[in-house]
Ligand binder design. Sequence first.
Ligand SMILES: [Zn+2]
Length: 201
Amino acid sequence: MAEFAEPIARLIDEFKRLPGIGHKSAQRLAFHILRSAPEDAARLAAAITEVKTRITFCSVCHNLTDIDHDPCAYCTSPARDRRLLCVVEEPHNVFAIERTGEFKGLYHVLHGALSPLRGVGPDELRIRSLLERLRTLDITEVILATNPTTEGEATANYIGRLLKPIGVRTTRLAMGLPVGGDLEYADEVTLHKALAYRREL
Ligand SMILES: [Zn+2]
């Protein structure tokens, strides 16, 4: 097999580290960059650098936000219903819920789900700050929108038990969501229904 010049081989290797990118795709992307105008390649490089220097986690809800906007737009928007709090596993789940247009409340991102096998316990998740927020905010309902996986269910049940003594209404997304999947892959109608028919936990 012919060897690529070192910079190309390095770019291919970097692309291969991305999720879902195999050797062939990595090569195709690298050669696309090689063929593209210098300013296009520079724009891509700048976008990658900027996302790493400008994007941080909101100090309140732990969703992604610009370093100049902490707390984030959801936490500070006067248009959001501050009595509803939706708990999700990852920042991209916020976008999935937002796409339904069904939810207008606040968010709380856990940054994972309980997984004893992978050594993820309650202390690895943003659960303490969730309880802290519930103490300071006037929340009437917490929607546990963790993924419909074993870990997601375990996480929802764990948080549900923690919230019981607080007395806040706690609901879980209705079924209809593909079991074992990620909210990201649920179509909007399914997720819309799962939110609308959420059940008491
Ligand atoms: Zn926030």
